[in-house]
Write a protein that binds this ligand. Structure first.
Ligand SMILES: [Zn+2]
Length: 263
């Protein structure tokens, strides 16, 4: 059977284990059903997430032109503290930025490789954690907008990383950390103006990924260099497919590629 389409990040359902769907824009593939089976896929051409044209993908699934002009690829997407919609100041498209930035956001602590801090829209919970391959997570603060969450994250970055080591995450080399204890420790670093956003709820969310066995050595597949790949799928974690030979494919990292799959 052949499936083909523009790669977008995988869609997930927070079941035990998590269920993943490959989103090919006009086609969906239940990836869990492919576990233990052979897959072959190849890069056919590009389809930018913004303009849809067959142009070189620069970053985040966008061609260079779209990356530097669309609000979806604005600096405040990666660095929430740069948000300005709450001041009524436009960066690329104020109407879009108002909708995106002026909604409840959370600052969370999660463990995917080590302890990390992050920001996301409340509506993105638990998807954001699953996309990062988090084993467990808790909410530190809930704010009214993106800027406030960004300010808390910036204050905490001196204490804790905001990055995930994807190799450790994919090997399931995950430490046991008492998130609630960490949350108590970090409380004092929340800036005074944002301290009212601290969330007293100490729920810890845990995630179970569909992985038959974790790789010991990891080789990262880049479809821009190696046009095609064939292997047996043994796991899905974060936005990665894990194959029997230790090859891992970052699906999200290939957004904007047009790929054909033979199953
Ligand atoms: Zn484009």
């Amino acid at each position: 059977m052949i499936f083909e389409g523009q790669i977008r990040k995988m869609i997930s359902e927070n079941t035990k284990p998590i269920r993943y769907y490959l989103n090919l824009k006009d086609d969906y593939l239940d990836v869990n059903q492919q576990l233990g089976k052979k897959m072959r896929f190849y890069h056919d051409h590009n389809e930018c997430l913004g303009c849809g044209l067959d142009k070189e993908i620069y970053r985040m699934g966008y061609c260079k032109n779209c990356f530097f002009t669309l609000p979806e690829a604005n600096d405040s997407i990666i660095r929430p503290e740069l948000s300005t919609a709450h001041l009524g100041i436009e960066q690329r498209d104020l109407e879009w930025e108002r909708k995106f930035e002026l909604q409840p956001h959370i600052v969370y602590l999660a463990v995917s490789s080590d302890l990390k801090v992050g920001v996301t829209r409340s509506a993105q919970i638990p998807t954001r954690w699953i996309d990062q391959g988090a084993s467990y997570a808790t909410i530190l603060a809930k704010t009214d907008n993106r800027y406030e969450a960004g300010m808390i994250e910036v204050a905490l970055k001196n204490q804790v990383s905001d990055k995930t080591n994807y190799q450790k995450m994919l090997k399931n080399d995950v430490p046991e950390i008492d998130l609630i204890q960490q949350k108590d420790l970090f409380k004092i670093y929340i800036p005074e103006e944002e301290s009212k956003f601290y969330l007293a709820d100490d729920s810890v969310y845990t995630f179970e990924y569909p992985v038959l066995h974790y790789p010991e050595k990891i080789k990262s597949l880049n479809l821009a260099k190696q046009k095609e790949f064939e292997g047996t799928l043994v796991g899905i974690k974060g936005q990665y497919l894990i194959f029997e030979d230790g090859t891992v494919w970052n699906v999200r990292g290939h957004e904007g590629f047009y790929v054909k799959f033979e199953l």
